[in-house]
Design a protein around this ligand. Structure first.
Ligand code: NDP
Ligand code: HEM
Length: 501
């Protein structure tokens, strides 16, 4: 039993094999609309890839809440017993959409929860910290990860030049170069909301919160040489493993935890709890188990459900809000802006992005507005109005006031920060094998980098732990004995801007 092939306008198509030509030898005729239509559609099959995190893998699942944090938040999806459908997309950061899956890189860990109160997105990574703490530096950092304008190759020199002049990156660089920088699959890594967010409760009290998703599959990783072998066989190992596991009913799960900080503690900690280059030590703010995240359904259509997915840190719901974290504040703008460009003005009407609750707003018209006026009544297309049934504000969704203070200025984000202590704590967790792999991974990533930059970076490693600096120097020397001579290296420890001050 076949279906009738039709044009996009629904008319039957007499032939899908032969173009309409003048005689058997051609040429084709302009009036072969179906040929033109097929060619024109093909030209539009790609959309701009994400400017970062272009290569990704995703699936649907559920968030189940088993703990009780109702005293901290009114968020419906976080109440005891709540089960919320969700979408996850994992990604690498730097590679384009065809990049090999098993590259050493930070992994994105994006979650969209379709809650009763609208979509709540957590757009995190598999690391609890980030490379920069001021969003002004994000585009510069990303330039170092992307291709060199002239060679069109990735540039280790650009990466280490930037990192060695940005000591705030040390924490994330150390995680990236450690075993966790190359997980075997999306199932074998943790996810972190990374930023500090806030919870607010029915009494109007605010608490700072960090989100953690701990893999129940274990932290399996590849060494660089394992990964080279894997990539030699398949560039799509993550997609294969995630898809197959779910297809076979072997559903990946993560334990969901939060760390909670009372609002006023933020003034007391000896680190800035809104600094994205820092964690909150577990001893100070112990993780609280609140439930489990399970992925249990593969997309039917990858493009429509994963490529079209639009995750944004601006998507919050009552009971959950932001914090003064500068990076988070910038991301609140950046993602929806990217979606309007990548997917179009009405990207939230695409099925995968549609909230699973009624949507009523006063936006109007624009390209591809399938939903039409979403006020629910044709006379209500402005506000305020006196139209019966028109959407009105929801005062109970108002979060408590966020306390902010300080003079507006451009504060030097590199002054007065301890970029080392937490990295030392991490370094001390690594066993001897992990430390050796850390040194050799760093050395491998430094191939072709000028000695001056290597030495500048090693001086930062020295400040984390003398073994770290020495270990990397030895590994660099082992990789290229002729080139490396730290004594001959002129070291510039300041950026040209800092040197000019
Ligand atoms: P803890 O000893 O209480 O926590 C250490 C944490 O480090 C573990 O819970 C684990 O986090 C993580 N970890 C363990 N092994 C590795 C590894 N091989 N590579 C990377 N991370 C690992 O001490 P603190 O909370 O004081 O943290 C010490 C350091 O651990 C921090 O400076 C930070 O670098 C790192 N860390 C801390 C996290 C936090 O939220 N406090 C989270 C992740 C890392 P997990 O349970 O999340 O797997
Ligand atoms: C993707 C901007 C920092 C995690 C993106 C995209 C943009 C962007 C524009 C593409 C979005 C799209 O096309 O859909 C920024 C800016 C940042 C920043 C401006 C800092 C100022 C971060 C941080 C994290 C992060 C700190 C994690 C903690 C992600 C993830 C994706 C992404 C996971 C992929 C989303 C998906 O799966 O669709 N980022 N980013 N980013 N970013 Fe960021």
């Amino acid at each position: 039993m076949f279906r009738k092939l039709t044009t996009t306008a629904g008319a039957p198509v007499p032939s899908n094999q032969d173009s309409l030509t003048a005689g058997p030898r051609g040429p084709v005729l302009m009036q072969d609309y179906q040929l033109l239509e097929k060619l024109a559609h093909q030209n539009r099959e790609r959309i701009p890839e994400r400017t970062v995190h272009a290569k990704g893998w995703g699936a649907h699942g559920v968030l189940k809440i088993t703990g009780d944090i109702s005293k901290y938040t009114i968020a419906k999806a976080l109440q005891p017993g709540a089960e919320t459908p969700m979408l996850a997309r994992f990604s690498t950061v730097a590679g384009e959409s065809g990049a090999a899956d098993h590259e050493r890189d930070v992994r994105g860990f994006s979650l969209k929860f379709y809650t009763e109160d609208g979509n709540w997105d957590l757009v995190g990574n598999n690391t609890p910290v980030f490379f920069v703490r001021d969003p002004y530096k994000f585009p510069d950092f990303i330039h170092t990860q992307k291709r060199h304008p002239k060679t069109n190759l990735r540039s280790p020199t650009a990466m280490w030049d930037f990192w060695s002049l940005s000591p705030e990156s040390l924490h994330q660089v150390t995680i990236l170069m450690s075993d966790r920088g190359l997980p075997q699959s999306p199932m074998h890594m943790n996810g972190y909301g990374s930023h500090t967010f806030s919870f607010w409760n029915a009494e109007g009290e605010r608490f700072w919160v960090k989100f953690h998703f701990k893999t129940e599959q274990g932290h399996d990783y590849y060494t660089n040489s394992d990964a080279e072998k894997v990539v030699g066989k398949t560039r799509e190992g993550y997609q294969e493993r995630l898809y197959t596991a779910i297809d076979e009913g072997d559903f990946p799960r993560w334990k969901v935890q939060v760390q909670i900080m009372p609002e006023t503690d933020a003034e007391k900690t000896d680190y800035n709890p809104f600094d994205l280059t820092k964690v909150w030590p577990h001893a100070d703010y112990p993780p609280i188990d609140i439930g489990v995240l399970e992925l249990n359904r593969n997309p039917e259509n990858y493009f429509q459900e994963i490529e079209y997915a639009a995750f944004s840190p601006s998507n919050i719901v009552p009971g959950i809000s932001f914090s003064p974290d500068k990076m988070l504040q910038a991301r609140i703008f950046s993602y929806a802006d990217a979606h309007r460009y990548r997917l179009g003005t009405h990207y939230e009407q695409m099925p995968v992005n549609q909230p699973r609750c009624p949507v009523h707003h006063y936006h109007k018209d624009g390209a591809m507005n399938y939903a039409g006026l979403q006020t629910g009544t044709p006379d209500a297309y402005y506000e305020p109005n006196s139209v019966d049934g028109a959407p009105v504000e929801v005062p109970e969704a108002q979060e408590p006031p966020l306390k902010v203070s300080g003079d507006a200025d451009r504060y030097d984000h590199r002054k007065g920060h301890d970029d080392f202590t937490q990295v030392t704590a991490l370094f001390n967790i690594f066993d001897d094998g992990e430390k050796e792999r850390l040194y050799s991974n760093v050395a491998a990533a430094m191939g072709g980098v000028p000695a001056e930059i290597i030495e500048r970076q090693c001086k930062l490693f020295d400040q984390v732990h003398p073994d770290y600096g020495k270990g990397v120097r030895d590994a660099v020397r082992a990789a290229d004995p002729d080139k490396y001579d730290p004594n001959a290296v002129p070291v510039t420890e300041k950026t040209p801007q800092q040197a000019a001050e």
